[in-house]
Ligand binder design. Structure first.
Ligand code: C2E
Ligand code: MG
Ligand code: MG
Length: 595
């Protein structure tokens, strides 16, 4: 049943048209022999009447109409302007205009403007009307079909057929557009080059069809990590690229890359088969690394190859790898020792907040290296070498002294910190002398009990639970707080927690999700909190990056939070400033509200 909207103010004309339309019903039975009427489903017309243009437009908004018969002399319309108004709002609905005037020039004008037909009132008969209506509807159908085909063709020209992501050409179009915008707005932009590790083996062992499904799953996971406005492209094979525009600094790009890396390394289950891939990600930044599209892409690509060379499943920023290449010298023991001697290390502090009572409880000390030539170097770049060479012990002593000095200063200024957390690496923990060293330093600085928290990774603790138990007892006797860092109950069964004399666990939702893979259930964090509380262990959520995450952790009764959303790691002067009692913490007030 095709719905015909007849917009006509003259009641007599409306009745005449209804009669004519009635005649068409008998005609249709014969007509369908010539035209494939039944195939198109247009074997009956239903007439809907409106006596004003505005009423007709309203009907079109409310009802699905197949064709409009429009009288050109309406009280609220002005000849062909009525048509133009209607056609502008509903360009895909076919319209035949009805006029009392036999005017060829007007008829041609109407068709040029987009009308399907120009009918003269006194001349309209059943067959004429039937032909006009059916031709108009069919023509519109064909046009819609052609339009859809054109859209599809256009889409295929700029997208990857497998994943639906942008292809190389669209990627470069978007990159150039984003670069022009960044230039104008003086903002930064990042290009991420992502290459899957181990994809070839999946293709070879599980077949191409399965490989395709893995690529689609990876594309969807990447989509889940970026804003809708960011461009993701598949540049070929197992290579993807992402444009992140309007970022604040390289940390923003790193956060997204870390999210992508974490999500991609979760097992992919397709048709009961399970596959695991990981990603090597290279990042380049505008304007830091280059000003042009091809240069930025080449640099991101170089950084990605560097990530592969570094053992895959890792992230490299172009600026860092160029530093590493040019100054690879500092990655050895001599330079670490030199850095200690020349005082090139600094501790940044990241604040921690009590979520339930909205107050700052302490800060975690995070090590930074200011290299005279290479600038700021993060722990992931030099700690492995420090561990390997044993330099971590000397560096760890420096960290502890610095923390104690700082704590003394803070106590003198009455800053509202209950606790400072220090990270202890696996090699430091295995060194039994650590207990004596800590005892001496705590006495030297007269550190009150409970001020120092020691953070040990779950994996380190799990290597020898018996040893850990003994060490924890001794460390607790010194008044230290024990925290299990990066806890996901992967290496230590949750029920075992109750046996360990620990004060807190630190959790990170994304990491837990990655570790548990398809066994992840959103309720797991809440359950973890309940169990930990039963053992009188506090729960600190880390890497809290958004307001939603903060709300979530609050809703599941986490005790404390830490993360970019509530406070980034920062030099001590900044932390001292924003936490002084006289000048309340702006981040804290913005996030938690004034208290
Ligand atoms: P961690 O103890 O788990 O520290 C948390 C890491 O997450 C820090 O990285 C911190 O800068 C980063 N982070 C904080 N908030 C966010 C956030 O919202 N989003 C994201 N994506 N990251 C966030 P950083 O400073 O690079 O340290 C990395 C690791 O290096 C630390 O992990 C810790 O295991 C180790 N480390 C740092 N300082 C020391 C130290 O003095 N001694 C030892 N032994 N290890 C250290
Ligand atoms: Mg830590
Ligand atoms: Mg951690």
């Amino acid at each position: 049943m095709a719905k015909v909207l007849y917009i006509e103010d003259d009641a007599d004309d409306a009745v005449i048209l209804e009669h004519i339309l009635e005649q068409t019903r008998t005609l249709q039975n014969n007509f369908h022999l010539i035209m494939d009427f039944h195939a198109s489903g247009t074997n009956k017309f239903e007439l809907i009447h409106a006596s004003r243009l505005t009423a007709g437009l309203q009907k079109l908004r409310e009802t699905e109409i197949d064709i409009v018969l429009l009288d050109l002399s309406l009280p609220d319309g002005d000849s062909l302007h009525s048509f133009e108004r209607l056609h502008r709002e509903f360009p895909t609905i076919p319209v035949a205009v009805l006029s009392g005037l036999k005017d060829d020039a007007m008829a041609i004008k109407a068709v040029q403007l987009g009308a399907q037909d120009y009918l003269v009132k006194g001349e309209v008969t059943g067959p004429i009307l039937l032909r006009s209506l059916t031709y108009a509807i069919e023509r519109q159908r064909m046009l819609t079909k052609v339009e859809k085909l054109r859209e599809r063709e256009h889409f295929m020209a700029y997208h990857d057929p497998l994943t639906g992501l942008a292809n190389r050409q669209l990627f470069f179009d978007h990159l150039n557009h984003a670069l022009a915008q960044s230039r104008r707005r003086r903002t930064k932009l990042a290009v991420l080059f992502i290459d899957l590790d181990g994809f070839k083996q999946i293709n070879d062992s599980l077949g191409h069809q399965y490989g395709d499904a893995v690529l689609v799953a990876c594309a969807n996971r990447i989509k889940g990590c970026v804003r809708e406005s960011d461009t993701i492209a598949r540049l070929g094979g197992d290579e993807f690229a992402v444009i992140l525009d309007s970022i604040m600094d390289e940390n923003d790009a790193r956060i997204v890359a870390e999210k992508i890396s974490t999500l991609l390394s979760r097992p992919i289950i397709q048709k009961i088969k399970e596959a695991t891939v990981s990603a090597s990600i290279g990042i380049s930044l505008y304007p830091d690394d280059g000003a042009h599209d091809e240069l930025l892409v080449r640099m991101a690509d170089t950084a990605m190859y560097e990530a592969k060379a570094a053992g895959k499943n890792c992230i490299r920023m172009f600026n860092q790898i160029s530093k590493l290449r040019q100054h690879g010298k500092w990655r050895n023991e001599k330079h670490l020792r030199n850095a200690l001697r020349c005082n090139e290390f600094e501790l940044y502090y990241q604040p921690q907040f009590d979520v339930q009572h909205s107050c700052c409880t302490g800060a975690e000390a995070l090590l930074r290296w200011h290299h005279p030539d290479d600038g700021l170097i993060l722990p992931s770049e030099f700690l492995p070498m420090a561990e390997e060479t044993g330099m971590i012990e000397k560096i760890g002593e420096w960290v502890l002294h610095d923390i104690c000095e700082q704590s003394k200063r803070w106590r003198q200024h009455q800053l509202p910190f209950e606790r400072i957390s220090m990270n202890i690496s696996s090699r430091q923990f295995r060194d039994q002398k650590i207990v004596h060293k800590l005892r001496d330093i705590i006495h030297e600085y007269k550190l009150p009990p409970g001020v120092l928290a020691l953070e040990l990774k779950e994996r380190t603790v799990s290597q020898d639970l018996g040893f850990a138990m003994v060490m924890f007892d001794q460390l607790k006797q010194l008044g230290a707080h024990i925290v299990i860092d990066d806890f996901s109950a992967t290496y230590i069964p949750i029920m075992y927690l109750g046996k360990l004399p620990v004060d807190a666990i630190k959790i990170d939702n994304l990491q837990i999700r990655t570790m548990l893979g398809d066994n992840y259930d959103p309720s797991v964090i809440g359950t973890l909190v309940i169990l930990a509380h039963q053992f009188h262990i506090q729960v600190i959520a880390e890497r809290v990056e958004t307001a939603q995450e903060l709300d979530y952790y609050r809703s599941v009764q986490c005790d404390e939070v830490q993360g970019y959303h509530v406070g980034r790691p920062m030099p001590v002067e900044m932390l001292s400033n924003i936490n002084s009692v006289a000048d309340p913490q702006p981040v804290f007030t913005a996030v938690f509200g004034a208290s």
